[in-house]
Write a protein of this length. Structure first.
Length: 172
């Protein structure tokens, strides 16, 4: 970590599994004083062979440097049942990662979307909450809930700074 340092690196994506998808890695923090947080990695697909698996959770966005920088975005939760084609009957999507907190000057990171699951009796992942701003900057938007027979809950928007707007709540 550098006092005037760079932005944090992005977290890696979680691996695909026939059962529980791997969790996305957390985004790296910005420099001690300056720099934005890195984005969290996406959760891996669960039930990759069409099984009713569970998607991995998205990684949290990295926090910004203390003075100036925006928080990193949270990673998306993994889908159940093989990603683009969720399991027909069941499965649970992974939860989206939370957005990273901002520095004194900067916006909070957006929360990640929840993963999709089966449209018959699956459960979507919850969206991640947006990161908070402190002094000047907007709060991050909450992530959307995953689509399934039971949709995931939407993430809430982060709190805006003294000069700045609160983030928007995601869609359920």
């Amino acid at each position: 970590m550098f006092a005037f340092g760079p932005s944090g690196g992005a977290g890696g994506s979680g691996g695909v599994s026939n059962n529980l998808g791997g969790a996305g890695g957390a985004g790296g923090s910005g420099g001690l004083l300056f720099g934005s947080g890195g984005a969290g990695g996406n959760g891996g697909w669960g039930g990759a062979g069409g099984n009713a698996g569970t998607g991995g959770v998205g990684g949290a966005g990295g926090k910004a440097g203390f003075l100036i920088g925006s928080g990193g975005a949270g990673g998306a939760g993994g889908a159940a049942g093989g990603g683009a084609t969720p399991a027909v009957t069941a499965g649970a999507g992974g939860n989206g990662g939370v957005g990273g907190a901002a520095g004194l000057f900067g916006s909070g990171g957006n929360g990640g979307a929840g993963g999709d699951a089966g449209p018959t009796n699956g459960t979507g992942g919850n969206g991640g909450n947006g990161g908070n701003a402190i002094l000047v900057g907007d709060g991050g938007n909450g992530g959307n809930g995953g689509k399934a027979a039971t949709n995931g809950k939407a993430g809430t928007g982060g709190t805006g700074g003294l000069i700045g707007a609160d983030g928007l709540t995601g869609l359920a």
